[in-house]
Write a protein that binds this ligand. Structure first.
Ligand SMILES: Nc1ncnc2c1ncn2[C@@H]1O[C@H](COP(=O)(O)OP(=O)(O)OP(=O)(O)O)[C@@H](O)[C@H]1O
Length: 401
């Protein structure tokens, strides 16, 4: 293995009047990975995360960033915290300034950036989390999900290489949780290393490419989520339940209904596998539904509303914060806000049309993902761009391709 970006070597930590919070923990976080630290309440997840950007210092053992042991003088810590950004579970702990703009500017100002660079960093970070227009608002009057995004913007403004999130979806409603997880996906696909703690195995299973399972201050297991979460004994020891999709898949395998191989990560993968097992191949079908793809930076809301109102598309999903803001502004109701591509493929497979709204580089990503699925599954699916004004006629054929 190449040198991990972050590493702990046998670290221990004990709070006053408590049993050991960390009892000799060694973990390695690869650059560019999406890692989930999973464990029940009190397992030591937050304590370990706090070690990674020097907010806690181990009683024994060592923490290394980029191959070098952490130093705990003020200057080294400032430098480390710029590179390893930490988003607290409770955004109220993190938000300190009277306006959103001032709050997000706090980090860049402290780094000594000139005013123009600070303004640019704030603008970029707020754009990234979908909070442009919120600059003058007092953060303490925002919703929980919005506060979380302010806290994330404050960290992003310092352009860290690693982002550490303690329980990123705790206390958020399902839609806000999905939005935050999608934001984390975007950050990871932009090349950042992302590390989260969570006790939500469903979330960790579908999101992480690597899982570290903790209980009582120790690491019980580490590896790909499908391996770690297939071990019921381990999960029981950590007082957790397996992810529903994986559990069902493993049970069907044990009963001999399907051959076990690489476990599916999504409903789409699972249903494709079952279909193949039952028919020996993907069954021939009628014409698949269409997946329309819109770049919200280049298309007006009127064009899209026409698609929905005329019944050309039955389902609408948006990917990315800017696309969701666009849909909200244009009063386009969204059926899907997470796992959008897979959900639209599933609908296409049963002959229904859908629309994906997204922005920027995500457009290419959608084309690529659908192309890959099409090649792997042997089904002729593609994304059909929607651009320019759409002149609605009777039914589906009026939409330009
Ligand atoms: N400030 C503190 N003072 C004393 N004990 C603490 C403190 N913070 C954590 N602990 C103890 O350390 C242990 C590990 O706590 P930690 O918060 O790291 O676990 P966790 O896995 O993040 O839990 P949760 O999912 O509930 O946030 C627990 O036994 C907890 O009671």
């Amino acid at each position: 293995m190449t040198t991990p970006l972050l590493e702990t070597d046998n670290v221990t930590y004990t709070y006053q009047n408590s049993p050991a919070a960390l009892a000799g923990v060694s973990v390695r976080i690869a650059a560019g990975s999406k890692t989930a630290l999973v464990g029940p309440n009190g397992a030591g997840k937050s304590t370990l995360l706090l070690m990674l950007n020097g907010m806690l210092r181990p009683a024994s053992g060592e923490v290394r960033f980029d191959g070098r042991p952490l130093a705990y003088d003020n200057r080294s810590l400032r430098d480390l915290r710029r590179r390893v950004g930490f988003v607290f579970q409770n955004p109220d702990v993190q938000i300190i300034a009277p306006t959103v703009e001032q709050d997000v500017a706090f980090g860049p100002v402290n780094l000594g950036l000139p005013p123009d660079a600070v303004r640019q960093a704030v603008r970029d970070a707020l754009g990234y989390v979908g909070l442009r227009g919120y600059e003058k608002r007092p953060p303490h009057h925002l919703s929980g999900g919005e506060k979380k995004r302010v806290a994330i913007a404050g960290i992003l403004a310092m352009e860290p290489a690693v982002l550490v999130f303690d329980e990123p979806t705790n206390t958020l409603d399902p839609a806000s949780s999905e939005e935050v997880m999608e934001l984390l996906d975007e950050l990871a696909s932009g090349g950042r290393t992302v590390l989260i703690s969570t006790h939500d195995v469903e979330l960790a299973y579908r999101w992480a490419d690597s899982v570290i399972l903790m209980e009582r201050g120790s690491v019980l297991a580490r590896g790909p989520p499908e391996e770690v979460f297939s071990d019921h004994g381990l999960l029981a020891a950590a007082r957790l339940k397996p992810p529903a999709l994986l559990d069902l898949y493993n049970e069907l395998g044990l009963r001999g209904v399907i051959d076990r191989g690489v476990p599916p990560k999504s409903v789409l993968e699972f249903t494709d596998r079952i279909e193949r097992e039952m028919h020996g191949h993907a069954p021939a079908r009628d014409e698949p539904g269409k997946i329309y793809l819109c770049n919200a930076d280049r298309t007006g809301g009127d064009e899209l509303r026409v698609l929905v109102e005329q019944g050309v598309v039955e389902h609408v999903g948006a990917m990315g914060t800017r696309a969701k803001e666009f849909a909200n502004r244009e009063r386009i109701l969204l059926d899907y806000t997470y796992g959008v591509i897979d959900k639209c493929i599933l609908k296409a497979l049963i002959g229904e049309n859908s629309l994906i709204i997204t922005t920027g580089g995500m457009v290419e990503h959608v084309h690529r993902r659908i192309g890959e699925y099409s090649a792997e599954s042997g089904r002729a699916l593609k994304a059909t761009p929607v651009q320019g004004p759409v002149s609605p006629g009777p039914g589906r054929e009026s939409v330009p391709e």
